[in-house]
Write a protein that binds this ligand. Structure first.
Ligand code: SAH
Ligand code: SF4
Ligand code: F3S
Length: 444
């Protein structure tokens, strides 16, 4: 197996980034090394996302390009294995077999720990493709090799799957029911990541604040408990968690934002819409009023806390007044960052069958208006930061020589002139300039 190279292309959310990292760990254990590009790889893996139509379609068009590459390599006498993993596989395994028959294997987000077995099978029976989309009885985390830190900040998956069934969303179907990793396992992985160089951990889950992992005595513990345990780890300086579901934010979790200084003053709490009629049709278990109350409590716990959110415009039945309510909640909260999307009809979800689908033209108009407003709040906040001194965790090299890029406590990108030995360290920086998407600063 030696000398073989892999290339992984990741689409979608942070959970997929985490999964790709763990897949890389499996492949390294099998003797593979990372290729610098797809062309030089013997094994090419696409880790895919199914959340919106565009994301899924991109996978198929990119796969077409990879097939050409496989043919080019074959002319040079080189074998290439093409694999697809992630959420598209779970949702569209038949489509993959039909639209991309050249794919050698496809495995869902819950079964990629079986990769060694799958690759061995492929080696044995050449030319036959393998598709594995089971929701397995075993937890994949128990079968993965130990993961390495991803630099100054590492992702750590603590929870997977979602039982919320928002009517627009594919995640409950692609990632399955909610599963929480045991407390001790999370702590062990956290210690290992910190020991190997991470001073920030970002705890991941599709619905992370529904965490209910068992402790060593078999007692179920919540996210607040886990955060307090993690905060005790020496060398761990920053903790984040994402993504949270508003109705599952409880008082215990809110108090963590007061008590735990390592918890960053930034929270991604998607509201999706400001209209109670639309929230109900989305099957979100919160009204706009509930949501604002949660934020009020959170800000009381930590007045420095700033918010980000996801929004969907043009959900079926969304009228002008519903869209206005979304703009109103933006004004009320003043998000410092946000992701906003046009509603995308996903087969198999209840909203796809709802009457009153909104015209594409209106979706586009609403998205433009919303994004203009979101960007103006983002720029305002960034400008407010000019002159302030912030601790910045530098994670990568910048485009120019002698420049590093890092993140502030508020997840803003910041670049500064710094030598490479500042990489993966937290350095105090005075912010000197701000644009919508980034800050510049000088180390102090
Ligand atoms: N678990 C997270 C994130 C889910 S996916 C949460 O509940 O917030 C990330 C975002 O994609 C969602 O928050 C939502 O805004 C958006 N999204 C999901 N399904 C969508 C769809 N069918 N059309 C448009 N946007 C969608
Ligand atoms: Fe999807 Fe809703 Fe679950 Fe988030 S909470 S993953 S939007 S079903
Ligand atoms: Fe996409 Fe799956 Fe994440 S659908 S957003 S990769 S959970």
């Amino acid at each position: 197996m030696s000398n073989k190279k892999y290339y992984i292309k990741t689409f979608g959310c942070q959970m997929n980034v985490y999964d790709s990292n763990r897949i890389a760990g499996i492949l390294q254990n099998l003797g593979y090394t990372e290729a610098s590009n797809a062309k030089s790889a013997d094994l090419i893996i696409f880790n895919t996302c199914h959340i919106r139509e565009k994301a899924a379609e991109k996978v198929f068009s990119d796969l077409g390009r990879i097939y050409l590459l496989k043919q080019e390599r074959a002319e040079q006498g080189l074998d290439t294995i093409i694999g697809v993993v992630g959420c598209v596989v779970q949702a569209e395994d038949e489509q993959i077999a039909k639209r991309a028959p050249f794919v050698d294997f496809a495995t869902g987000p819950l079964t990629y720990h079986r990769l060694p077995e799958i690759l061995a099978k492929i080696a044995r029976k050449k030319g036959q493709s393998i598709i594995d989309t089971e929701f397995p009885a075993e937890a994949k985390f128990d079968f993965l090799p130990e993961n390495k830190s991803q630099g100054g900040c590492s992702f750590l998956a603590i929870q997977e799957g979602c039982d919320n069934f928002c009517t627009y969303c594919v995640v409950p179907y692609t990632r399955g029911v909610e599963y929480s990793r045991p407390v001790d396992e999370v702590i062990k992985e956290a210690r290992r990541l910190v020991k190997s160089g991470s001073c920030e951990l970002n705890l991941l889950g599709q619905n992370v604040n529904s965490y209910h992992g068992e402790d060593g005595n078999g007692k179920e513990r919540n996210l607040a408990y886990l955060l307090r345990q993690l905060a005790e780890i020496d060398g761990l300086e920053r903790i984040r968690y994402t993504t949270s579901y508003p109705a599952d934010v409880d008082d215990d979790l809110i108090s963590c934002h007061h008590d735990i200084k390592k918890l960053m003053p930034y929270l991604h709490l998607p509201v999706q819409s400001g209209s109670d009629k639309i929230l109900k049709a989305m099957n979100r278990r919160h009204t706009s009023g509930d949501y604002l109350k949660i934020i009020e409590k959170l800000k009381k716990a930590n007045p420095d806390l700033r918010m980000s959110s996801d929004f969907i415009v043009g959900f079926p039945g969304e009228e002008d007044k519903d869209f206005q309510a979304t703009l109103n909640i933006v004004k009320e909260v003043g998000y410092i960052q946000a992701f906003s999307f046009k509603y995308s009809r996903r087969a198999g979800t209840p909203a796809a069958l709802m009457p009153n689908q909104v015209e594409e033209k209106i979706k586009k108009e609403r998205l433009n208006i919303l994004q203009d407003m979101l960007f103006s709040y983002q720029l305002n906040f960034n400008k407010e930061c000019v002159g302030k001194i912030m601790p910045v965790l530098f994670e990568s090299k910048g485009r120019h020589k002698g420049q590093l890029i890092g993140r502030t406590p508020y997840m803003q990108n910041l670049h500064a002139e710094l030598s490479n030995d500042c990489l993966n360290k937290i350095i105090n920086v005075q912010v000197t300039e701000a644009t919508t998407n980034s800050l510049s600063g000088k180390a102090v």
